[in-house]
Design a protein around this ligand. Structure first.
Ligand code: UN1
Length: 498
């Protein structure tokens, strides 16, 4: 039985499932088999205008619903997601390609976020502050921004959608959401869940389509006061420029060039496991994926050998099969990009230890499979050690010291995640201080962020905002300072102070 009944998805605007005004659609293709799963709308700017108007109306009454009641809807969303976890996970594997175990993990991340943000409905903490005047009360409260726009990527189509929409909704905003066209089924399913959970019409609106049409139209709407985006650096910079001109709040979470540091005193078996999981899991298509390993020269040969041995054991194929560990690359363009880095690496003088090719035999011919790849003797300034490849490609960089490893870690444009394997407690504390990334792991790979901690990075990874955790509320709320004078007379701040 097919998991998805529809031939074509529709937009979700003002609580109705509607065709795009353009009448245009494009195919959603399973990257493991190249089969078309469903058609997705390619909406136009008119659809965005309608969605924004619906959101604007809905937001006014939604903001008046007490936050603990808003949170109850999220609690129901979490419960429905939990009941439907297996179906959602299978659909996620079909549209995105990630292996079923990881798909279950991603859906779980969304469930966790629902319960966490539901709890936030009973906090949304503000601050009380003493006033400098007698008989005067001062406090800061979080107020909703209004209508917010969220633009989500294909690599974590449900988790990242929950990171953004749940805090926005619990804080009293209404949402216009553009999901990635490669993975619209998760958005479709989540919108259905919101509907079933009783979210009032218009509080979430889903408009499917391209970034250049739907995304641009969202930025152009004066009533959309925030854009929260996760995706490529190039697109993020463009969005930042446009939002800057329009004085729109913008939150950007972009790439990474994340590294694992393996010191001479590391538990090597653990380091190998950590590297394998964070580099080749999701076929390297995580912003947090490990794509560099700085290894102390005294353990380099052993690490190379052990990694090669373990890489050879990885089963690659359709992620719906429970025994598969590495799935496909999202599409042909992604596959071509990964492939192009092979000659780049070789021409720069890196040594290819394993992988390096598109898998085209037997079942692999049907999908977009790239062999897990390991380069060694990589120099820190080579392109393969500097640029985000977004595929299963790791560069081993030999180092002589801890200080050198830290310096190389920090020498890239991005600053999302980093990790160190060591048993030396002094190095642990020095590393967490000196690694210039938003996320630091000790004795674990570079992936696996938990939803109640802030997620985001430094430098080219973003613009200082964070998804997840309580920090996620910052972009979706405005601080409002409230003064209540109960003295019964005019008290002038700074002047009538005795
Ligand atoms: C991403 O790749 O953009 O920490 C998100 C992790 C996951 C989320 C990754 N929890 O790897």
């Amino acid at each position: 039985m097919s998991l998805i009944q529809e031939k074509a998805l529709r937009n979700f605007i003002n609580g109705e499932w509607v065709e795009p005004t353009t009448g245009k659609t494009t195919a959603v293709v399973n990257p493991a088999t190249s089969e078309t799963i469903v058609q997705v709308p390619l909406s136009g700017s008119e659809d965005v205008v309608e969605a924004t108007e619906a959101a604007k109306v809905a937001q006014k009454s939604w903001a008046l619903v007490p936050a603990p009641q808003r949170a109850e809807v999220l609690y129901s969303v979490g419960m429905i997601m939990k009941e439907r976890k297996e179906k959602l996970s299978q659909l996620l594997t079909m549209e995105n390609g990630k292996v079923i175990e990881e798909a279950r993990g991603e859906v779980q991340e969304g469930i966790d976020m629902a319960f966490y943000m539901a709890g936030e409905g009973r906090r949304l903490f503000g601050q009380t502050t003493p006033s400098e005047l007698k008989d005067k009360f001062a406090m800061s409260v979080r107020a909703p921004v209004g209508v917010v726009g969220i633009i989500t990527p294909w690599n974590f189509p449900i988790a990242i959608a929950t990171w953004k929409s749940f805090p926005a909704i619990v804080a009293g905003n209404a949402v216009v959401w553009k999901p990635a066209t490669e993975t619209p089924i998760m958005a479709y399913e989540l919108a259905k869940i919101f509907e079933e959970a009783g979210l009032p019409r218009g509080v979430i609106n889903v408009v499917f389509g391209s970034g250049s049409t739907v995304g641009e139209a969202m930025i152009d709407q004066d009533d959309i006061r925030v854009i929260s985006f996760t995706g490529s650096n190039e697109v993020g910079r463009r969005i930042a420029g446009k939002c800057g001109q329009r004085l729109k709040k913008v939150s950007l979470e972009m790439g990474g060039k994340n590294a694992v540091i393996v010191m001479d005193d590391a538990d090597l078996s653990l380091a190998v496991e950590g590297i394998l999981w964070s580099a080749y899991g999701t076929s390297g298509q995580r912003c947090t994926a490990c794509s560099r390993v700085m290894v102390h020269e005294s353990v380099k040969d052993e690490l190379e050998e052990r990694l090669q041995k373990e890489i050879a054991k990885l089963s690659i194929g359709n992620g719906l099969d429970e025994s598969i560990k590495v799935g496909p690359i999202i599409n042909r363009a992604g596959l071509e990009k990964v492939k192009s880095y092979m000659s780049v690496g070789k021409d720069e003088g890196a040594r290819l230890l394993t992988g390096g090719y598109v898998m085209e035999n037997g079942e692999h011919k049907k999908g977009n499979y790239f062999a897990p790849t390991l380069f060694t003797d990589v120099k820190p300034d080579m392109r393969i050690a500097q640029e985000e490849i977004f595929g299963p490609v790791v560069s081993l960089i030999p180092v002589k010291s801890f200080e050198e490893a830290i310096e190389i870690n920090n020498s890239v444009e991005f600053g999302l995640s980093s990790s160190i394997f060591t048993r030396d407690v002094n190095k642990v504390f020095a590393a967490q201080r000196d690694l210039d990334t938003g996320i630091v792991y000790v004795n674990a790979g570079t992936t696996g962020a938990e939803i109640h901690l802030p997620f985001g990075g430094t430098k080219g990874t973003g613009n200082g905002h964070r998804d997840s955790g309580v920090a996620a509320l910052d972009v979706f709320t405005e601080w409002k300072a409230v003064y209540v004078d109960f003295s019964g007379k005019l008290q002038r701040a700074q002047i009538d102070v005795e």
